[in-house]
Structures are given as C-alpha cells and as structure tokens.
Design a protein around this ligand. Structure first.
Ligand code: SAM
Length: 378
C-alpha cells in the first residue's frame, strides 16, 4: 500500500478537520475521510449517551483510525433497504452479497406460481443478512407478498445466531422494515438455529425436525460459506479483514474432524494435505459439503457465493459431478447452471463458457461471485 504524502494530511486538517486527518490512514483519501467523519458525527447525534458528544466522536474516530472497520465502529451496515447490526466476531455483509441477494429475490418473484409457498434454507447465515433481505424483497414484491414464505438460517457460531435474531427484531420491531410474522395478511416464518453443517446429523435432523417447510421441495438453498485458503488469508487478504473479522467466517478449517472418513483425526495435518484428502483444495471444502446437502435435500435452486472466477469454475465442475469426494450422487446433473459476476443484474452480454462438457451462462459484470443452479422440475 503506497504511503500518503504529508500534504494530504495538511489538506485534511485545513479543509475538513483535524479529525479527518486522523482518519486518513484508514480511509486513504479525503472524500472517504470526510464522509466517514460525517457518518460518525451523525451516529453520535442519533444515539443517546451520558458521555459528551465531542468525547464520543473523538473515541470513535480513534477506533476507526486504528483500522477497526467502520461497520464495527458504527455498529451497522445498510443492506438493501435494511439496516444490519454488525459486531466483532461476525462477518460484515458485503455489497456483492447484497447485489446477488436482490437479483435472486427478483428471480424468485418472477418465477413463482401465485398459489405456491416458498421455502428457503440459508447455510452459514452470519448476521442473517441474506434471509432478511430475501424476505423483505419477497414481501414487497406484488407477485410473492401474499404467499406463505418459510426461511431458515443456520450458523455454527452462537454469536452469529444471536446477532441474526437481533437483526430480525431490529428490522421488524424497531425500524419496521419488515412486518411482524403475525400481522394480518402476512404469512411467513423466519428462524435461525446454531448447527454445524458438517455434522453427520445435520441433514437427518433437518429432515426429521421438518425444518423444511411443508411442500414437495425446498425452493432455494443459499450459502455464502468460508472460501479463502489459509495461504491467501495470510498473504492476499486485506489487513483490516485479517485483523478484525472472524477467521471462522472466511477460512475453512476447524470443520476437519467431521470430514475424516477413516476415523483418524486429521486435526494436525496441513490444510493443503487435508484438502487433497477430501478431494478438493482447502478453500473449496464447504462446496463439497454443500453439494452433499443439495443432493440430499434436492432444492429447486441453489446459489453459492464464491471468491472469484477460478473458484466459480471449480464449483460448477464440482456440482456437475466432476470433483469432490466422488460420492457419485447427482447433485447438479439436471440443473441449469450459471455463473454470476459481482453485479448479476447489469447488462446481459450473452456470455457463455463450457465447463465439464456443459454450456454455462455468465451473468453481469465484475468478478465471478456466485454459482447458481436451477431445476424447475424438482
Ligand atoms: C462468509 S461468512 C457469511 C455470513 C453471511 N451469510 C454473509 O453473507 O455476510 C460464513 C459464515 O459461516 C459460518 N460457519 C463456519 N463454519 C460453519 C459450519 N461448519 N456450519 C455452519 N456455519 C459455519 C461462520 O460462522 C460465518 O458466519
């Protein structure tokens, strides 16, 4: 990262405020420093405290200047029309996730017969941002607002599950962005539970407890799982992310003991070695599991976030049966497959690629961001 010239600090002091100069190393340019200072001041003005406002602004600027992400400093991040509470220990929702969630909601709304109900499972839910925004979009779209909607979010982290529930309450009872589930004319359920998706009991429990809402099929399995390799986390991940966001949310790893097929504990193995043993790279481990879950639950649609074009291609190959643990199931064989870029709604250029002998449509602009599978005959 290039060093900032002293003249920029003088300009920040002179043209904005000494506090903006303090924010510069974290914000990197004058415009961002000015914006962030304004948001910090607005946040302090809008929230009550016994501590004087000037001192509170100073403390928050100091925190941000030390590199703490703005979302942890302010405690929230806008996500579509919603406001998502953020806390250290739970991943901050990203704009790319927001973009495909909105696009996914528009697909669900347009392809839904009016009498049908919708059931959605979000694995690795974190703050609950994906199910909350899907629900909000479906409830505000005339094609889906009157049908029963059932959504279930799952995360291994108790902090994430607690925050997801808080976010549900925050956007319902406090901000009124979502109607309460019991309000007249509205029929939806939204639940969050703490579970390890690698646990052998995960799928049987899911089916047994009938968490899957009534109806012949699950409409959507969605997941933004950890997908960064230990090596990329150490060398290519931004310092602010490495220092302040949870590794559990970013790097597959601790789930290893569930994956040991011969009973031995691979806990001490190198991640690379372990990935090979499971038949994939360490950063792809979650997709192998998500493919197994999809094969068991047979959702109509699957959407998994990925970390770039290379991973998108590997994940398509995996779902089409060309990789992973080689269980021989048919997770993706009858599905239409697409790769979505960062902004999937931006201009269809008719782009296509061939993967594992199949033609795969590529939507939008930007980096490879998600793999989408659809089979309306399920
Ligand atoms: C990349 S974050 C995604 C969070 C959120 N869905 C989003 O898009 O902002 C991945 C999430 O997976 C959760 N996770 C990690 N291992 C898990 C496991 N074995 N079972 C369920 N959730 C897991 C982490 O706690 C984290 O919240």
């Amino acid at each position: 990262m290039p060093r900032l010239p002293p003249s920029l600090f003088w300009r920040a002091r002179r043209e904005i405020s000494p506090l903006a100069a303090q924010l510069l190393p974290a914000c990197r340019d004058l415009e961002s420093a000015a914006n962030e200072l304004r948001w910090i001041r607005e946040h302090v003005q809008d929230t009550k405290s016994a501590i004087p406002n000037t001192l509170r602004v100073w403390k928050l600027v100091d925190k941000r200047a030390r590199g703490v992400p703005l979302q942890y400093v302010l405690g929230t991040q806008p996500f579509g029309d919603l406001e998502i509470k953020c806390r250290p220990g739970v991943l901050i929702p990203r704009p790319e996730t927001e973009a495909y969630t909105l696009y996914l909601a528009s697909i669900l709304s347009h392809s839904q017969p009016p009498t049908h109900s919708l059931s959605i499972l979000d694995l690795c839910t974190g703050t609950g941002c994906i199910p909350l925004l899907l629900l909000h979009s479906l409830l505000t779209n005339p094609s889906t607002r009157d049908i029963p909607i059932h959504i279930h979010g799952v995360d291994i982290s108790p902090h994430a599950v607690a925050l997801a529930r808080e976010n549900q309450a925050h956007n319902t009872a406090v901000l009124h962005h979502l109607p309460p589930p019991s309000s007249s004319g509205v029929r939806y359920t939204l639940d969050f539970t703490q579970q390890d998706i690698f646990s052998p009991a995960f799928v049987p429990n899911f089916l047994l407890q009938d968490l899957r809402p009534k109806g012949p099929a699950l409409d959507l399995l969605v997941s933004n799982p950890p997908y960064i390799s230990p090596r990329d986390f150490a060398t290519a991940t931004a310092r602010a992310v490495r220092n302040y966001e949870p590794r559990l949310a970013l790097v597959p790893g601790h789930q290893r003991h569930h994956l040991s097929s011969d009973g031995s504990s691979p806990e001490n193995e190198e991640d690379e070695e372990f990935g090979q043993r499971y038949g994939c790279r360490p950063e792809d481990i979650f997709y192998t599991r998500l493919r197994e879950v999809a094969a068991a639950l047979r959702p109509r649609r699957v959407l998994v976030e990925v970390g770039g074009w290379e991973q998108a291609q590997r994940v398509v190959g995996l779902f089409l049966g060309g990789g992973g643990s080689g269980s021989g199931d048919d997770a993706g064989g009858n599905y239409e497959v697409e790769i979505w870029r960062d902004e999937p709604a931006a201009g269809d250029r008719g782009e296509k690629v061939e993967i594992a002998g199949r033609e795969v449509a590529v939507r939008g602009v930007g980096k490879g961001r998600a793999v989408y599978l659809c089979n309306d005959d399920v």
